[in-house]
Design a protein around this ligand. Structure first.
Ligand SMILES: C[S@@+](CC[C@H](N)C(=O)[O-])C[C@H]1O[C@@H](n2cnc3c(N)ncnc32)[C@H](O)[C@@H]1O
Length: 404
């Protein structure tokens, strides 16, 4: 009994500390989100973990597939908080969560209040069974848990004021737009050209317009909405370039292109190591035909086959026989905190590809780096699109625009 009491007191203290930390670092700004974090006992949603792990600002991995890839997790509190800030759930809202775990559904339940309603859907029966048990144990028995492919939403509880997707999506499924009520908002980790950002979209007439974005990482969607990326080996199993489904070229670099002599050019553009470069990557994707993302095992860095990129998954461009990719090295001034961006190239077109990448890195640096970042708009596939950079998905088109 005494042990149980002291565990409960410790959980309360750790939860309060986690909430204070998220407020202090500016991740939580809305006091209603802070109150929800202070109220929901996260340890009950990860009963296999110690209290310290339950209240660390870290993801708790729940399940891997046969290949060892994580397919289910209880998300990292700071990502959950950022997405709840984006969602701006109001008392009385009807909310759909896609991808269950229990914890975020409980937070949504707190935010929607007694007059609201929360439905959470997961494709994996193991996840929904567990979510049902932990939600009941934590006192959130009125969250509806549904086992289904979230690609199709949950029509019987629609329309929703808010849809919060907690799994990486490549597209906005038609069901999500259809089930979103007038004035509704959808928050979704959308993967575009190899990077994922959580985007809050508001319904505006027949289309969706972005209101805020934040970089994030989630497990990949399974089911009907899966598999939008194509990997092409360029060094056996150890390095590949990936293209989105809508941009796989007929000709792509051959396996072994990294064996060709390396050309290297530095851009003079220096960035802080902490700086988010996902907008730079999307700018390169918007402006360079043949854009792809190069990934390589760490051992290739150690062997000197590739040099480090500023992020895992380097922005790259490829032609039929050549590839060039973004790299970085410690900056001459403040090398401990800053790096210079450069480009490596291999193959007969290397010089041309390098020039094109370097030009766009410099343009981004001059015109866009300190701007508000891109805006996104979603229209149904096949409709007339506004001006901008278009990414065609199976069901929708994403238009990206860059206010300077
Ligand atoms: C990151 S976890 C969700 C975390 C959760 N929201 C929480 O409270 O921490 C992602 C979940 O999405 C689920 N998922 C993957 N594809 C799905 C789909 N098509 N429909 C519904 N759920 C899906 C996975 O089974 C996994 O449990």
């Amino acid at each position: 009994m005494t042990d149980q009491r002291s565990d409960a007191a410790q959980a309360d203290a750790l939860r309060a500390a986690l909430t204070r930390h998220l407020v202090a670092e500016g991740t939580i700004r809305d006091e209603r989100v802070a109150a929800a974090f202070a109220a929901v006992p996260r340890h009950l949603f990860v009963p296999q973990s110690s209290l310290d792990i339950a209240y660390a600002d870290d993801v708790v991995l729940m399940k891997r597939n046969a290949a060892g890839v994580v397919i289910s997790s209880v998300s990292q509190p700071s990502i959950v908080a950022l997405m709840l800030e984006q969602a701006d759930v109001r008392p009385g809202d009807r909310v759909l969560e896609i991808g269950s775990g229990g914890y975020n559904a409980a937070l949504l339940r707190e935010l929607a209040g007694p007059k609201g309603a929360v439905t959470t859907v997961d494709i994996d029966p193991e996840v929904t069974d567990r979510a049902r048990v932990v939600l009941d144990d934590a006192g959130y028995g009125d969250v509806r848990v549904v086992e289904a492919d979230g690609e199709f939403g949950v029509p019987e509880d629609a329309p929703y004021d808010r849809i919060v997707v907690t799994v990486t999506a490549w597209d906005i499924a038609p069901a999500w737009s259809d089930q979103l009520g007038a004035g509704g908002r959808i928050v979704v980790p959308l993967r575009l050209r190899g990077q994922t950002r959580s985007i809050a979209f508001d319904r505006v007439d027949e289309h969706l317009e972005s209101r805020s974005t934040t970089p994030c990482g989630f497990v990949s969607m399974q089911g009907a909405g899966a598999n939008y990326e194509r990997l092409i080996s360029i060094w056996g199993d150890a390095a590949s370039v990936s293209f989105d489904e809508d941009q796989v070229p007929e000709e792509h670099p051959f396996d072994g292109v990294l064996d060709q002599p390396r050309e290297q050019v530095w851009s003079g553009v220096v960035v802080n190591r902490e700086e988010q470069l996902s907008d730079l990557q999307l700018w390169l994707a918007s402006t360079l035909p043949g854009y792809c993302v190069l990934s390589a095992e760490r051992s290739l860095q150690e062997e000197g086959v590739v040099t480090p990129s500023p992020h895992w998954g380097a922005a790259a461009v490829a032609t039929g026989d050549s590839v060039a990719y973004l790299t970085s090295c410690p900056a001459r001034r403040r090398p401990e905190s800053h790096m210079e961006l450069g480009v490596n190239g291999h193959g007969p077109d290397a010089d041309d590809l390098i020039d094109r990448l370097i030009d766009q890195v410099r343009i981004w640096n001059r015109r866009l780096r300190h701007g508000p970042g891109p805006r996104y708009r979603i229209d149904a596939a096949g409709t007339e699109l506004p001006a901008g950079f278009h990414i065609d998905r199976r069901h929708s088109s994403v238009t990206v625009n860059w206010p300077e």
